[in-house]
Unconditional design. Structure first.
Ligand SMILES: Cc1cc2nc3c(=O)[nH]c(=O)nc-3n(C[C@H](O)[C@H](O)[C@H](O)COP(=O)(O)OP(=O)(O)OC[C@H]3O[C@@H](n4cnc5c(N)ncnc54)[C@H](O)[C@@H]3O)c2cc1C
Length: 458
């Protein structure tokens, strides 16, 4: 039987970052990473086909933390571009700039009128925007009826596949920009070229798609076992069964698997944890990537589609992030469709509906030739923030902690987060495992020199 101090399940950014920082911060704990797929990277991995490099939909780097930014920029040194977001919303045959609530200019007048009138009512007769509101009620009180009806409701229902009256607002803070009244009004009357939100600019690898990032981390860790699926975990004995490796005995377990998957293979679970597990909800995203035989199909980065007549909620142009992801003279696109988990989907039929939708809105021409197509389903894509989530996690996480398990990353932590944050989750996890948890002040004092050197390539 193999033995290791730390068993890391998953070789996505969360797992790789944990291993990287275990080494970087001291190297006194042995670790073993078991990754189910044949390549590292998880959702931040890319797939190559017919000269195209496809990501799991758009995967753009938003760097906000000083340490995270320095580390990622060092890992991708010489291979990063910075770009200004060029994102739009398509409604009733017209385009509005993202975010819709600040840019209704360009929409049919009836839509602009609904949005402005509804918003003005929220100013004249404000209702308290208090903690504990559902997302639906919060949207009505914050943006008014028009903006809610034309964008917030249909778009979010299409994405989350959950009644918005059952969703909380905990997730929206940084993801839903809240413009000032003058910005909402100005943006209804003119083309307001102002940037709002956490992703107003982003970085993306010049070459290699987003896979370049996990590859750079993977090159700096050891003991990474690819094609090894964890199938069973005995929490009492601290033994995991891993296809391709057999039984592995560990002292500490770090899991980056979706929390629901971890709980499904771990035992024994007390009844209260089993009940909490059943309360965790998420959606599934079917991501169709296509290669189109036409240069620069659009100058946009991505477009949101709230209307029910389009099966997809978003379509993007990855060759506008990096020319290297498509052959010369071609365009690379990703299209995203959300479903409830377990819903039966006929991908051939869905593909036909997607292509017809793209032609209907004019992004594709009838004459466009599709050179290649790749479906990348994401079974657990967005964690649903409903009213059950917080309570369920308050039962599950302490139980796992007591069993010596750190469940981290976007899906292990059961949250809506992005790549930089996942890398930081791995760093914090390594610090905890090494007994090196630091206060905010210590971090501020020590992160700068610590950032400077990368762990050398193995
Ligand atoms: C549609 C979509 C768009 C996104 N866009 C962006 C974006 O633009 N910018 C951004 O910063 N972030 C974006 N993200 C978030 C980003 O993908 C995640 O934050 C990050 O990749 C999560 O990394 P992780 O290691 O936590 O999880 P994962 O990448 O899911 O890694 C988990 C790993 O565990 C492996 N695994 C699963 N089961 C087993 C098992 N039984 N045994 C062994 N291994 C197993 C998986 O193969 C996987 O490699 C997006 C996410 C989605 C869904």
């Amino acid at each position: 039987m193999k033995k290791t101090d730390v068993l890391i399940l998953g070789g996505g950014l969360g797992g790789l970052s944990t291993a990287y920082h275990l080494d970087r911060l001291g190297g006194r704990l042995s670790y073993l990473i078991a990754e189910a797929k044949r390549t590292p990277g998880g959702l931040a991995g890319s797939v190559r086909r017919d000269g195209f490099t496809f990501d799991h939909t758009g995967h753009l780097l938003h760097l906000h933390d000083p340490y995270g930014k320095t580390l990622i920029m060092d890992l991708l040194k010489g291979n990063l571009s910075v770009q200004e977001r060029n994102a739009w919303i398509y409604i009733r045959g017209a385009y509005a700039r993202y975010p819709f609530q600040a840019n209704t200019f360009g929409m049919p007048w009836k839509v602009v009128e609904d949005c402005v009138a509804g918003y003005v009512k929220t100013l004249l007769r404000p209702r308290p925007v208090e903690a504990g509101l559902s997302f639906r009620e919060w949207s009505l009180r914050t943006f008014g009826e028009g903006i809610s009806k034309h964008f917030m409701f249909p778009y979010n229902e299409k994405l989350w596949r959950t009644p918005l009256s059952r969703m909380t607002t905990e997730w929206q803070g940084r993801f839903v920009p809240k413009p000032a009244p003058e910005e909402v009004l100005y943006g209804a009357l003119s083309d307001q070229r102002k940037f709002f939100g956490y992703n107003a600019t982003f970085r993306y690898p010049v070459r290699g798609g987003i896979q370049a990032l996990p590859d750079a981390l993977a090159a700096r860790v050891s003991n990474l076992h690819l094609g090894c699926v964890a199938t069973k975990i005995d929490l009492r004995e601290k033994v995991a069964v891993i296809a391709g490796l057999g039984e592995v005995r560990y002292e500490k377990l770090v899991s980056t698997l979706p929390l629901v998957d971890l709980l499904d293979i771990a035992s024994p679970l007390p009844p209260r944890v089993q009940t909490a597990r059943r309360k965790l909800r998420y959606n599934t995203v079917f991501n169709l990537n296509i290669g189109v035989a036409r240069r620069k199909v659009s100058d946009k980065h991505w477009v949101y589609f709230p209307e029910a007549s389009f099966p997809f909620y978003r379509a993007g142009f990855s060759s506008n992030f990096s020319a290297a992801v498509a052959p010369e003279g071609a365009t690379s696109m990703y299209i995203e469709v959300a479903r409830k988990p377990g819903e039966r989907v006929d991908l051939n039929r869905l593909e036909g509906q997607i292509l017809s939708g793209l032609r209907r809105c004019g992004l594709l021409k009838a004459s466009d030739k599709i050179l290649t197509r790749v479906w990348l389903p994401i079974p657990c894509a967005y964690v649903v923030y409903d009213f059950d989530r917080t309570q369920a996690l308050a039962t599950i996480f302490p139980f796992l902690r007591d069993a010596g398990v750190s469940s981290i990353g976007r899906y292990g932590g059961w949250k809506y987060s992005f790549m930089e944050e996942t890398i930081l989750d791995g760093k914090r996890c390594a610090e905890r495992l090494l007994g090196r948890e630091r206060t905010g002040e210590e971090r501020r004092m020590t992160d700068r020199p610590f950032q400077a050197e990368l762990k050398p390539l193995k």
